[in-house]
Write a new protein. Structure first.
Ligand SMILES: NC(=O)c1ccc[n+]([C@@H]2O[C@H](COP(=O)([O-])OP(=O)(O)OC[C@H]3O[C@@H](n4cnc5c(N)ncnc54)[C@H](O)[C@@H]3O)[C@@H](O)[C@H]2O)c1
Length: 257
């Protein structure tokens, strides 16, 4: 038996980076996984890779998380494919640079729409499925940027802080309603996925750029996708059945400073 045998996980942003790694690890531990992404080809290729190892464990679909009708369609398809949905991983997201003087309202709105509004729309649409498949778990991928600020990450800071608090409000609602549906947030520091490439470039690129980022982290290295995936695995499993409204900082110590 794997740690998440019998779990049915819907994972957004599953074409690459963290979402793909969550899919691989959850499937390794016995779950069925449904990977969605605007990059449908990427999600399909990760699902095919997982299915080569665990036949029939992975599915995928094209899905823009900012679109309510696409959520409805993808959730219905996932529930059909897996026989329900008991884990929702809201992972799709974009990074952004800009300070209060340089940020545009247009970009601010785009970041809130992809990183925040999508979680409201999607979690609301997923509630009936999660209620039908208790015990269930909602896992929202925030960031250390939701907890500590940077002068040049105005829109991203605000978005990831909203994800943090939204996770708690959902958790309290579910507890009050008597649902066995937990909701928690995960806060990674710089982790080796395509999203950190612009940050490495800003620091001079290559090894020098990476070293500049690593110096800010007490453990002196970037996170690896698997470091974050193990937190998601725990939160998806019943090992965390008494854990709700919590924030998991997988950050090499950076938020202690
Ligand atoms: N890697 C890090 O350093 C880091 C640190 C903290 C938080 N995070 C968060 O982790 C999550 C995953 O990031 P990642 O590092 O894997 O980045 P990534 O850029 O490698 O992957 C993000 C995925 O989301 C998808 N996506 C973007 N917009 C979408 C939309 N509208 N609908 C559906 N899919 C969409 C992309 O196509 C991509 O496959 C994000 O929410 C990010 O903010 C990442």
């Amino acid at each position: 038996m794997g740690r998440v045998s019998g779990k049915k996980a819907f994972i957004t942003g599953g074409a690459q980076g963290l979402g793909a790694e969550f899919g691989r690890l959850l499937a390794d531990e016995g779950a069925m996984v449904f990977l969605t992404d605007v990059n449908a080809e990427g999600a399909a290729s990760v699902a095919a890779e997982i299915n080569r190892k665990h036949k029939g464990a992975a599915f995928s679909a094209a899905h823009d998380v900012t679109k309510a009708d696409q959520w409805e369609r993808a959730l219905a398809e996932a529930a059909r494919a897996m026989g329900g949905i008991s884990v929702l991983v809201n992972n799709a997201g974009v990074g952004s640079f800009g300070n209060i003087e340089t940020e545009t309202y247009e970009n601010w709105r785009r970041v809130q729409e992809i990183d925040v509004d999508s979680i409201f729309i999607g979690t609301k649409a997923a509630m009936p499925y999660l209620k039908d498949n208790q015990p269930a778990s909602i896992i929202n991928i925030s960031s250390v940027s939701g907890l500590i600020a940077d002068a040049n990450m105005l829109a991203y800071n605000a978005a990831k802080a909203a994800v943090w608090m939204m996770s708690k409000s959902i958790a309290l609602h579910c507890a009050k309603a008597g649902y066995d549906i937990r909701s928690n947030s995960v806060h990674p520091v710089f982790t080796r996925t395509p999203i950190v490439e612009p940050l490495i470039e800003l620091g001079g690129g290559g090894e020098a750029g990476e070293a500049k980022l690593s110096r800010q982290i007490p453990l002196r290295r970037l996170g690896e996708p698997q470091d974050i995936a193990y937190a998601v695995l725990y939160l998806a499993s019943d090992e965390s059945r008494f854990v709700t409204a919590a924030e998991f900082k997988i950050d090499g110590g950076i938020t202690a400073k």
